[in-house]
Design a binder for this molecule. Structure first.
Ligand SMILES: *Cc1c(COP(=O)(O)O)cnc(C)c1O
Length: 221
């Protein structure tokens, strides 16, 4: 099946409030262009250099999402154009995003990444760390970043009830923060293998790669 058909199949099943981010890491610009021609405007990338190259090569009305682990020293490369940074997991990184956004007279939208999986290897804040950060005066004084939501990745497991539970606990935390501390509108969770469960648990943004573009057959350096 073609990229355009895959996009149409997925968007046809998404509830209207859910945004599809097409995750295009490692895929050539020709495939992104096919998705664009099918009407897709939100794209997610994991690597700074690759994102910048694709930004240069593709139409300007694409909304670029950075969904990987962002190193502080690389923020400056994406600050001029990035639409939403999903993986913010600390104050140090957020302060650098604020500094670079100010240089470009922008306010950059960010999501705080919460560690909800059981695997040790995935990045993100614990619920406690997140709450602590939200209450930190250094956080509340930032003027060029806007935290508009949370992002999470469930465990990579076939156990659907575990995945469901992880998304449910993230949603519960999201609602608690949203009602008390900070107005939040975006809950980014769900990938190819678990996005239906994520939506059922309240996701408003799904990040889907292989179901659109096919399996990635090499790991990025
Ligand atoms: C690669 C990636 C995705 C997409 O994964 P698929 O399984 O290909 O849909 C989503 N989110 C993040 C953070 C990723 O790194």
């Amino acid at each position: 099946m073609s990229v355009a058909e895959n996009i149409r199949l997925i968007t046809g099943t998404l509830p209207p409030q859910v945004v599809l981010v097409a995750v295009s890491k490692t895929k050539p610009v020709e495939l992104l262009q096919q998705a664009y021609d099918a009407g897709q405007r939100d794209f997610g990338e994991n690597y700074v250099q690759e994102l910048c190259a694709k930004y240069e090569a593709l139409p300007r009305d694409i909304r670029w999402h950075f969904i990987g682990h962002l190193q502080t020293n690389k923020v400056k490369y994406i600050a001029p154009f990035v639409h939403l940074i999903h993986g913010v997991d600390g104050l140090k990184l957020l302060k650098e995003i604020d500094r670079q956004a100010a240089r470009h007279q922008r306010v950059i939208q960010c999501l705080l990444q919460i560690h909800i999986a059981t695997e040790e290897t995935k990045f993100g804040l614990s619920y406690d760390e997140c709450e602590q950060m939200l209450g930190d005066p250094q956080f509340t004084s930032l003027r060029h970043v806007k935290v508009i939501g949370l992002m999470g990745m469930a465990s990579n497991t076939g156990d659907q009830s575990q995945v469901r539970q992880e998304f449910a606990s993230l949603k519960k935390f999201f609602d608690r923060v949203s009602g008390n501390v900070l107005e939040l509108s975006v809950l980014s969770c769900g990938m190819s293998q678990d996005y239906r469960i994520a939506i059922e648990q309240g996701s408003t943004m799904v990040r889907i790669g292989s179901t659109i573009f096919g399996e990635r057959n090499y790991e990025h350096p």
